[in-house]
Design a protein around this ligand. Structure first.
Ligand code: GLU
Length: 403
């Protein structure tokens, strides 16, 4: 088989690969603790499930308009007004099959071969590959824990070339949990305003935020930024609805129309039943989020404290999302590290470390290299307190063997 050059540039998603590996081992009866996929361990709230059931019972089981039913588009415009003080008309929003699909569609309509997309690193594993699949070129701006995993206006300015089409802002971030303040976004907007580039704001973790941090979107900075920004969001993380596959985006009506063209020629509408569930999620009772947030916050505090007491680890407290991204450069300097490399050889140290933790600690974590930095790995703490406690004990015991 001759494959397209585009697919040959793309690798399988490491987050999904680690999750699948953990599931396989569990199916074989091996007791693995999964810190892989970023998927809330909570069930989808009852009132949302009920809305889906009544959609089925009332025959809402056929095709819908490609970009979603008008009631959902309306609910999304209300959400933007309610939560983000952003006004959109229904023709400025569209619904896709998950947040990932929103970004995929956007890359498809935006990029010509060789067009560049600026992606701050560490990044979510799929951004670069979706840009590559569309013929684009991902351009990375490196950040680290010392800089709070945030890009500076200077870095952004230096990364922009005549081929730059867009910059991705994912705040709070997957995998670092780092979030930009309004002032930081203003400083980035000053650079963006002087160019023709489009900010892509991936707000999927918007509601998962701690210590009273106030979420802002770069579209909040000015009318010009609102005019230019494409906002991506979805119900997966906020409402524990990962399997329902509903993402959405907002932006210029011309762009939205093109998104619906690509979607009309590929997936057609997102699942009808899921759309009705999403209407209830977005416009129904929002108090259900509070108990999830309390649990995430408790786990965040516990896990950061634990990780910082493991030899060779240093972990920044994330402002949002349900990930921690510990720096493990110190582990690579421990006396036992050579043996890890010998037993689990890999081009990348973070992959060797994660293979070691899978084998020796029976914990599934995602190597930092998948997110663009080999000095880290990612833990999703969207799992039970018991799992986290046990997982930390196992990781600690495995790493202490290297001291
Ligand atoms: N976005 C989630 C994660 O990073 C789900 C898996 C994926 O699509 O990457 O774990």
């Amino acid at each position: 088989m001759i494959f397209s050059e585009r697919i040959l540039k793309v690798k399988p998603s490491p987050t999904l690969a680690v999750t699948a590996m953990a599931a396989q081992l569990k199916a074989k009866g091996i007791d693995v603790i999964g810190f892989g996929a970023g998927e809330p361990d909570f069930d989808t709230p009852e009132h949302i499930k009920d809305a889906a059931i009544s959609a089925i019972k009332s025959g809402k089981t056929k095709y819908t308009p490609v970009g979603g039913v008008p009631e959902l588009k309306k609910a999304i415009t209300m959400k933007f007004k309610r939560d983000n003080s952003l006004e959109y008309s229904p023709d400025e929003v569209t619904v896709n099959c998950g947040g990932k699909h929103s970004f995929y569609n956007l890359m498809q309509i935006m990029l010509n071969d060789g067009d560049e997309v600026i992606i701050p690193a560490p990044y979510w594993v799929s951004y670069p590959d979706m840009a590559l699949l569309a013929g684009g070129v991902p351009v990375f701006i490196n950040t680290d824990d010392a800089s709070g995993f945030k890009i500076t206006p200077e870095q952004l300015k230096n990364a922009i070339t005549p081929r730059t089409r867009a910059v991705v802002i994912n705040s709070p971030s997957n995998p670092t949990g780092s979030a930009y303040t309004l002032d930081e976004l203003k400083a980035l907007a000053e650079v963006i305003e002087k160019t023709g580039i489009i900010p892509i704001s991936d707000d999927i973790y918007e509601t998962i935020i701690y210590d009273g941090f106030k979420f802002f979107n770069i579209a909040n900075v000015s009318d010009e930024m609102k005019r230019r920004t494409i906002v991506l969001n979805g119900v997966s993380k906020t409402y524990a609805m990962t399997g329902w596959r509903i993402g959405y985006m907002a932006g210029n009506a011309e762009i939205i129309k093109k998104i619906e063209t690509v979607q009309g020629q590929s997936t057609s509408n997102p699942a009808t039943i899921s759309q009705y569930a999403a209407i209830e999620a977005i416009s129904g009772d929002q108090t259900v989020l509070a108990h999830m947030l309390i649990a995430f916050d408790r786990r965040r505090n516990f896990i950061v404290k634990e990780l910082n007491s493991i030899p060779g680890f240093s972990c920044r407290m994330p402002e949002g999302a349900f990930y921690v991204f510990p720096n493990v450069d110190g582990v690579y300097k421990l006396p036992g590290w050579k043996k890890v490399i010998e037993k689990y050889p890999d081009k990348y140290k973070s992959s060797s470390l994660c293979a070691y933790l899978m084998e020796e600690a029976r914990t599934a974590v995602v190597p930092g290299i998948g997110f663009g930095d080999d000095n880290y790995f990612r833990i999703s703490f969207a799992t039970s307190d018991e799992n986290i406690k046990e997982g930390m004990n196992r990781i600690r015991a495995a790493v202490e063997k290297l001291v």
